[in-house]
Design a binder for this molecule. Structure first.
Ligand code: ATP
Length: 463
């Protein structure tokens, strides 16, 4: 796709999200708040369905994966032990002309030069130096940058600190959800029948002082992660790793993502304890970018927390008696990035009778609204009553919407734009025959279905 087409698609998606109540910029009446967004009426439904699909695939369908929900705040030592206080940083450089701060690996990448955030300050500064004229400030276009410095991404808070200089010993909003999993490893082990290999999964908010706010909800400062840590025997780590790589790829196919829009990216610059790190990238409107990371982390996290807390976080095999610190295979994906991928995948324009029909062709299980119920005419009380009765019944099973506003064509277009798979219309024949018209979002085909069979029809169709 050309750059112009990519920008165009992104603009269309952002505009649809605002127009139809999927995503709003935060604090818009105050001029917005960079890299923070709110989910609107349909956005929250889509995000909930995404989380439900992930939870089902990870927790419900796997006997040996257990869910938890840990707090956003943890003891500050958690972040020292994990290495975040010392090293959770991205390379930042300031444009000497307009003072815009940019992430150096990103401006290098924009100029077609391979870089990543894990490179040392020295290495990335050398790259900047040798590509001086090529890298440009995204704001003013000049090529005059101050040397890159590591900028720590942890967000600080004064929770529980009532002194004036709390920032000298801050607590942190969690920078990733998985630390809440590691520090509960022993609790889970002691309170359940979990035996290695087993996983702990969690969905929750994470916070990062991202240097650049761009690409809509792809890079937020407050975002949500869905993470799973699989605890395994050291000898099985790479076997488990390969298995989870495969399973996470299949998960996206199952979620309705076309295989051509997914690709693997192997990390070459590994942190010292990692054995492997691959990303699943999605073809976003701005190109292939990370959707999910799959990492093999050795025993680093548990060993660090054991060392810094003084707790024994080893595992004793109940059969062999062997004692060891489990190794970890992690799968980590953002709700918001999945949201954007699912939206991008679903966004469709079709020409119908000289007009453009915009449709969000979500997989039905992800659609915010499963069925919209319409009376053909608003001013016919008998039609309105029948349609309301159907709505009142179906809403107990599915997210439904009642709409009697405007002509039927307009109502269909509105539902197409929010991705509703079925519209049910009550007309005069319905009063005589106890049936209604059901219209399919994708084919626009209509059929008559008995009113008392609608629930089964929808249940078979949307699950
Ligand atoms: P990036 O290189 O894009 O900054 P990352 O490698 O730092 O991402 P991880 O720390 O591996 O990301 O986080 C796991 C997942 O959490 C990512 O694959 C992504 O889906 C999500 N994620 C990370 N940072 C953000 C963010 N700022 N906004 C939205 N989602 C995010």
């Amino acid at each position: 796709m050309s750059k112009e087409k990519q920008d165009n698609l992104m603009e269309k998606i952002v505009s649809l999200c605002k127009r139809r109540g999927f995503v709003f910029p935060s604090s818009e009446i105050y001029g917005g708040f960079a890299a923070v967004y709110d989910y609107g009426t349909y956005g929250v439904e889509l995000a909930n369905n995404i989380k439900a699909a992930w939870w089902r695939a990870m927790v419900q369908e796997n006997e040996n994966i257990i869910g938890i929900d840990s707090s956003i705040f943890m003891h500050p030592k958690v972040w020292e032990a994990s290495g975040h206080v010392g090293g959770f940083s991205d390379p930042l450089s300031e444009c000497r002309n307009c003072h815009t701060r940019s992430r150096v690996d990103h401006i290098l990448e924009d100029a077609g030069i391979f870089a990543d955030e894990k490179m040392s300050e020295e290495k990335i500064n050398k790259l900047m130096e040798s590509n001086k004229g090529k890298i440009k400030c995204p704001k003013c276009g000049k090529s005059d940058f101050a040397p890159a410095k590591s900028f720590n991404l942890l967000v600080k808070s004064n929770l529980g600190n009532f002194t004036g200089d709390w920032d000298k010993s801050p607590v942190y909003l969690r920078g990733e959800t998985c630390q809440g999993i590691y520090i509960n490893f022993k609790n889970v082990l002691d309170s359940t029948r979990a035996r290695i290999p087993f996983g702990i999964a969690q969905i929750g908010k994470a916070f990062r002082n991202e240097i650049t706010a761009r690409q809509f909800i792809f890079r937020k400062r407050e975002f949500e992660q869905m993470e799973m840590q699989m605890f395994v025997h050291p000898d099985s780590e790479m076997k488990a790793y390969e298995k989870w790589k495969e399973r996470r790829w299949d998960y996206y196919i199952d979620l309705g993502i076309a295989e051509k829009n997914l690709k693997w990216h192997k990390h070459e610059n590994l942190v010292f304890y990692a054995k492997a790190a691959w990303d699943i990238e999605y073809n976003f409107p701005f190109g292939f970018k990370e959707l999910e990371g799959i990492h093999s982390r050795g025993d680093y996290d548990l060993a660090q927390h054991a060392k810094c807390s003084g707790e024994d976080l080893s595992y004793r095999d109940p059969v062999t008696g062997e004692k060891y610190i489990p190794h970890v295979v992690e799968t980590s994906v953002g709700v918001d990035r999945t949201f954007l991928a699912v939206l991008t995948e679903a966004y469709t324009e079709e020409k119908v009778g000289g007009e453009t029909r915009i449709i969000l062709k979500f997989p039905k299980k992800l659609s915010p609204i499963k069925a919209a119920i319409f009376p053909l005419l608003k001013n016919k009380p008998e039609l309105v009553k029948k349609a309301r009765d159907i709505y009142d019944n179906l809403k107990l099973r599915f997210m439904c919407e009642f709409d009697d506003n405007g002509n039927i064509g307009k109502r269909y277009r509105r539902q197409d734009e929010i991705g509703t798979p079925y519209c049910v219309t009550v007309d005069f024949d319905s009063l005589e025959n106890e049936d209604a018209t059901i219209r399919d979002r994708d084919t626009m085909k209509q059929e008559r279905v008995k009113i008392n069979e609608l629930e089964k029809y929808l249940s078979d169709a949307v699950g």
